[in-house]
Ligand binder design. Structure first.
Ligand code: ADP
Ligand code: MG
Length: 675
């Protein structure tokens, strides 16, 4: 009889409570979870290398004659087995080293003639060696190895590779249900594949399943949300009109469209969940301001959450400028405020005096109670996890949510990954923006760059000088902010140099940023803390030291700090000679394009979307099988198939497939990356 895939993992023979607890660390609770704990890669043991072919640092499979073994009594007792090459006798010998071994093991090796071993190759002194390889002994010279791939699983403390392999073998041997549309056979095949081509094929089929399950869960969430009641915020006092008149610039037509989409959402009792995507500098903040005004017009509150203290301060500054003249009370809440100020602020938030509240993570602490929270705005949403957004959401009675991101994601991806949201795109920069000319420069030519920068400074413009380290490091050979600050201070006596980095106190950072903004510094040496959101239109030059150490998306974000005013801007990407190929591609892409969407696509090609989506930072789980760098092209099919499955009649085959997909890939509603 077939097993129940959802049965507890302890149903598997040999899995007791202790092992079950260890398995939980890998997200394995049920039988099916172990089956979808798939190999992250495979070792190819279909080819045996001669010793002459081995290179230090490689993983290799060798086969040879056992020439002898001895126990070494060093700091740690070890067993050393000397192995000579078989067949042609090319290339000498290799030492296998075991630090944990039994008497039985030693005698088994001594009694055998040949050994096959798999492990990483290194040197001990001048001798080739393998430390605790996996091995098998033979009495006679073995034939060629089976053409099979050995799975390598993600492990965890207390559960090593070999034990996981045994568990995987056991789970695959269970009688899984065999109805049509179930993925079990394919999953089993991925644990024991015959070729890498087969792996790829299976991965693609299963990725399709997984992405469909993900899409369906997202759509399900959207449906659930739509059944909730939020506060309807219809058109009211016309404060928005006043802001428009006071702004001092005209909105771009993209901004007008997105403001319109947002305000229309707010008119409804259906809780809004809208993602605003817009490249750096496209003007997302002011869109948020219009939404916040709408909440205030209905005697309720809007909260704006930013990922850094610096950005919260800057938003507070902008929102105050825009909204205070309209009679709106804007308040700032950060973690670093003095206790007394904080108490007062919390009281204002709780009694409703504070109407628009700008803050950092501090906003979702327990002590924060809103009088009447109607709208939550999350800036740079990729910096936050789902969980954090949920907490803030729970502080209101289904508040509307507006999330903003400068991370451009190709459209087909957006439609799937953010299937639970409505998406608006600000696909236009404000008029009069100057293009940014980007130069890639070997770091030896730093002096020339300094010359060019100082010419701009002499005309009253400002510059950022970005470093990837705060202080010099023994491990990393890169220019530090401290060293650059010293160097520039000494060599440019006519200019005022500021220093900003992440290890400074929050208020210090804000003071320095304000000073830069008001022109008290000509150059700001900074770490990547200036990456998000910082807005100083008079800064026209940016130098990025060791740009080879940063990702494409991050470099694009950083560069977006210039090109915000009326004067042409330049960005110098300094790099260390000897760039990797990917590094060259990255820097070239940046030199050639300023289009965030294009760069995102390049990035996707170069390294996969885990980083693009920022899921790593948010510490969230990503897909088990689907790799968007490889499988993004499946998206249109994913959407089509999912929609069809969701519309299937109860009891139909399609409906059974849907249930199977969800059971396999989306067990609980908390797994995948999402916002
Ligand atoms: P981002 O989308 O990167 O968050 P911001 O909202 O910080 O961009 O806007 C960047 C700068 O552009 C700010 O100084 C903002 O006041 C200004 N800005 C926004 N919209 C316009 C516009 N339509 N015309 C001119 N400047 C604008
Ligand atoms: Mg912004």
């Amino acid at each position: 009889m077939a097993i129940d895939p959802q049965a507890e993992i302890t149903e598997l023979k040999g899995v007791g409570p202790a092992l079950a607890q260890t398995l939980e660390k890998l997200g394995i609770y049920r039988l099916i979870d172990l089956l979808v704990h798939l190999p992250m890669r495979y070792q190819d043991r279909s080819k045996v290398l001669t010793i002459g072919q081995l290179r230090s640092g490689d993983e290799g499979y060798i086969c040879g004659q056992i020439l002898g073994s001895k126990i070494l009594f060093g700091r740690q007792r070890s067993l050393e087995v000397l192995v000579g090459n078989n067949s042609e006798g090319l290339g000498g010998d290799i030492r296998l080293r075991f630090f944990r071994f039994s008497k039985f093991q030693k005698s088994a090796i001594d009694n055998a003639k040949y050994i096959r071993a798999f492990g990483s190759v290194g040197f001990v002194g001048r001798n080739l060696a393998m430390a605790h390889p996996e091995y098998k002994t033979f009495d006679a010279e073995p034939g060629p190895p089976k053409a099979e791939l050995t799975p390598v699983y993600p492990t965890t403390q207390g559960l090593g590779q070999q034990r996981l392999r045994n568990l995987a073998e056991k789970i695959c041997a269970l009688p899984w249900p065999q109805q049509q549309g179930t993925p079990f056979e394919k999953l089993i095949a991925l644990h024991q594949p015959t070729s890498l081509a087969k792996v790829e094929e299976l991965q693609q089929e299963l990725a399709m399943d997984e992405l469909c399950a993900y899409y369906i869960v997202m759509k399900g969430r959207a449906l659930k949300r739509r059944q909730q009641q939020a506060m309807a915020l219809p058109r009211a006092d016309g404060l928005g009109r006043k802001l428009l008149d006071n702004l001092g610039f005209n909105l771009t037509s993209a901004q007008v469209r997105v403001v319109g989409e947002t305000l229309t959402d707010l008119e409804s009792t259906t809780p809004m969940l809208r993602l605003v995507q817009g490249d750096v500098g496209s003007g997302k903040t002011v869109v948020a301001a219009f939404a916040a005004i709408r909440a205030v017009e209905h005697a309720s509150q809007a909260a704006i959450m930013a990922p850094t203290e610096l950005l919260a301060e800057q938003h507070f500054h902008n929102f105050s400028n825009w909204l205070t003249p309209l009679g709106i009370k804007v308040t700032l809440l950060t973690g670093q405020m003095p206790a007394k100020v904080k108490r007062e602020t919390l009281a204002e938030i709780a009694d409703g005096t504070a109407q628009v509240i700008v803050g950092t993570h501090a906003l979702f602490q327990d002590s924060v109670n809103f009088a009447r929270l109607a709208l939550v705005i999350i800036d740079e949403q990729h910096r936050f996890g789902v969980h954090q957004r949920m907490i803030l959401q729970n502080k209101g009675n289904f508040p509307h949510q507006l999330v903003m991101t400068a991370t451009p994601i190709p459209r087909t991806l957006t439609m799937t990954l953010y299937a639970d949201m409505d998406v608006s795109v600000i696909d236009e920069l404000p008029k009069g923006r100057q293009p940014i000319t980007t130069h890639t420069v070997k770091e030896d030519n730093r002096e020339k760059v300094i010359q060019q920068v100082t010419q701009a400074l002499a005309q009253g413009q400002q510059a950022y000088w970005v470093c990837t380290l705060i202080e010099d490091s023994d491990e990393i050979d890169a220019m530090s902010a401290n060293a650059s600050f010293e160097y520039l201070t000494k060599n440019l006596p006519n200019f005022r140099v500021g220093l900003l980095h992440g290890r400074m106190r929050g208020d210090e950072k804000v003071t320095i940023m304000d000073a830069f903004k008001s022109g008290e510094y000509d150059i700001l040496v900074a770490t990547t803390v200036v990456e998000v959101g910082v807005d100083v239109p008079n800064a026209t030059h940016m130098v990025i030291e060791n740009s080879e150490r940063l990702g494409l998306a991050q470099l694009h974000q950083l560069r977006g700090r210039v090109g915000r005013g009326q004067v042409a801007s330049r960005c110098f990407l300094l790099f260390k000679p000897g760039l990797s190929q990917a590094g060259q591609h990255r820097l070239n892409a940046l030199r050639q394009s300023q289009d965030g969407f294009y760069l995102a696509e390049q990035d996707l090609k170069l390294r996969g979307p885990g980083d693009i989506l920022g899921t790593r930072q948010a510490g969230e789980q990503s897909f088990k099988i689907a790799d968007l760098a490889i499988h993004a092209f499946l998206m249109p099919r994913v959407i089509k198939r999912s929609e069809s499955l969701m519309n299937a009649a109860l009891g139909s085959d399609e409906h059974a497939t849907l249930k199977g997909l969800l059971m396999t890939w989306a067990p609980a509603d908390h797994g995948h990356l999402t916002v």
